[in-house]
Design a protein around this ligand. Structure first.
Ligand SMILES: *[C@@H]1O[C@H](CO)[C@@H](O)[C@H](O)[C@H]1NC(C)=O
Ligand SMILES: *[C@@H]1O[C@H](CO)[C@@H](O)[C@H](O)[C@H]1NC(C)=O
Ligand SMILES: *[C@@H]1O[C@H](CO)[C@@H](O)[C@H](O)[C@H]1NC(C)=O
Ligand SMILES: *[C@@H]1O[C@H](CO)[C@@H](O)[C@H](O)[C@H]1NC(C)=O
Ligand SMILES: *[C@@H]1O[C@H](CO)[C@@H](O)[C@H](O)[C@H]1NC(C)=O
Ligand SMILES: [Zn+2]
Length: 463
């Protein structure tokens, strides 16, 4: 009797669960294809975070000149919490307020990723191992001034104070600099507080992928400005243009680009652009995608843009898992056998030393590389520098952790060994982070002293 009751209750519970499940499914109203304003963007994001609490997070990096939030939605497993070696991908759209296709594409992308989680295996694996930070508009004030149907105007391009945000980043190659705008400042703070391995900047007015460098020293005329990672940037750009049904044909909007990609400065030089800054000063790779000939097309065109750009965006994001990544540990001065994640170590690849990435506050580094054999160079003023050969294979990212030994000039070079650390050894709490921060400062003081002493000893030897 009681057993039957149990079964009965069980069945009722099941029914309730099924009903609840149906309710939540019904709740997911598919995003429509129209232009969404600032309030819509906020509501869409809020709805997605309510529907998919475990796969999303939402934050604002601050407010524009006119007080509109620069919203970001994060999509991925444990979206609200960073885990070491989980790379962040960043998509920023609508930096030029009148270039609006990207705003809608990234909203649809967020929804698509969330709806496909647990259904599509490659997207599920991607969200299990990646965090995608999506900012539909970096220039909400410019957007407010823009006009639907205006394909190549300039109204709404700049921010509320009339400055072009993609000319507003610090650029040591430029003699002139506009005053730093609020939006630029917020984005700079953002990309120095969150490390983005791969970023995509979405624009409009052409159909092409544009990769660094955008600027070069000297005269302001067009010329190929090659970065040390030119092969990587070209590959990232080709992944996009070849996935898009027509971009790779290279002839659209009255322009012609071989394979649908171009070096930035070879098209037209830009000083103070976001992508050179990110690559030179924030340890990340960025490309700029020009999505459509028309900057502000009519809403009925949006579905077509989404269909043509969807897999290109997805395949480009997948490329964040290539090359090499790992953790850098520094030897503790309190215990020779203790190694703690080290922030601020300089990480370079031999032959590409002109770009110096820094390890993150978690001790991570990420270098995107094509398959091949390389040498990793890691430096920090307080530690013995290392050079480690490694190989990148096509199928997966190479994991290479590095231990740096305390630089004590009386220590023998034989101690300059490196070792691979097992995943279980990674301290993951905040405590090591704080400890590590403190230790670096103390170590710096000590090292200055040691270096002074060393210099004196060496000087005496030579006298
Ligand atoms: C958000 O969800 C609510 C309730 O399901 C719905 O009424 C509203 O239209 C949604 N808003 C957007 C912008 O999708
Ligand atoms: C999963 O998503 C990827 C990327 O959009 C797509 O190429 C692939 O066809 C999808 N797989 C299935 C089985 O739908
Ligand atoms: C994604 O992660 C979930 C939970 O850890 C796991 O059950 C699932 O098998 C993973 N899927 C893929 C495709 O990696
Ligand atoms: C999510 O959290 C688990 C457990 O802490 C961790 O193993 C996993 O790598 C995390 N995944 C992501 C994508 O952050
Ligand atoms: C950015 O990096 C370049 C090249 O390393 C350097 O010359 C410049 O001073 C850096 N700019 C800032 C603002 O840190
Ligand atoms: Zn633009």
């Amino acid at each position: 009797m009681s057993r039957l009751k149990c079964v009965n209750i069980g069945a009722q519970l099941m029914l309730l669960l099924v009903l609840l499940k149906m309710l939540t499914v019904i709740n997911v109203a598919a995003l429509d294809f129209r232009h969404h304003n600032q309030r819509d963007i906020e509501n869409i994001m809020r709805n997605l975070t309510i529907e998919f609490p475990h796969l999303t997070d939402m934050y604002s990096i601050g407010k524009s000149v006119r007080g509109a939030d620069l919203w970001v939605i994060v999509v991925g497993v444990n979206a609200s919490q960073h885990h070491p070696l989980i790379p962040n991908v960043k998509l920023v759209a609508n930096m030029h307020g009148n270039e609006v296709v990207g705003r809608e594409l990234v909203l649809h992308l967020a929804e698509h990723l969330l709806l496909e989680y647990g259904k599509n295996e490659s997207l599920t694996r991607f969200l299990n191992t990646t965090h995608v930070h999506i900012m539909p508009t970096m220039n909400p004030d410019g957007y407010e001034m823009s006009v639907e149907g205006s394909c190549d105007g300039l109204i709404g391009r700049a921010n509320a104070l009339g400055y072009d945000l993609n000319r507003n980043f610090p650029d040591e190659l430029s003699k002139f600099a506009d005053p730093e705008q609020k939006e630029t400042h917020l984005v700079r703070d953002w990309l120095h507080s969150t490390h983005f391995v791969l970023s995509v900047n979405l624009h409009g007015g052409a159909l092409v992928v544009n990769y660094p460098f955008d600027s070069f020293p000297g005269v302001n005329s067009r010329r190929y400005s090659k970065s040390p990672d030119d092969d990587v940037f070209r590959q990232l750009s080709l992944i996009y243009s070849r996935t898009h049904p027509t971009m790779h044909l290279g002839s659209s909007c009255g322009d012609s680009f071989e394979d649908g990609i171009t070096n930035g400065a070879d098209w037209y030089p830009v000083y103070g652009g976001m992508q050179d800054y990110l690559y030179k000063n924030a340890s990340g790779y960025q490309v700029l995608v020009e999505l459509s000939c028309c900057k502000y097309p009519r809403a009925q065109m949006l579905r077509g843009f989404w269909e043509r750009h969807r897999d290109a965006l997805i395949n480009l994001m997948f490329a964040v898992h290539m090359g090499v990544k790992g953790l850098i540990f520094g030897q503790s001065q309190y215990s020779d056998s203790l190694f703690l994640p080290l922030e601020g170590a300089t990480v370079m690849v031999k032959g590409r030393e002109s770009i110096q990435f820094k390890s993150t506050k978690y001790g991570e580094y990420f270098k995107l590389l094509l398959p091949g054999e390389y040498v990793l160079l890691v430096r920090h003023p307080c530690y013995v520098p290392v050079e480690i050969p490694f190989e990148v294979q096509g199928s997966a990212v190479t994991r290479l952790d590095v231990r740096l030994f305390s630089s004590d000039c009386f220590q023998s070079p034989a101690a300059m060994a490196t070792a691979t650390v097992k995943l279980e050894d990674i301290p993951s709490s905040e405590s090591w982070h704080q400890r590590n921060g403190k230790e670096s400062c103390m170590r710096l003081k000590n090292t200055v002293l040691v270096h002074l002493l060393c210099s004196v000893v060496i000087a005496m030897l030579f006298l």
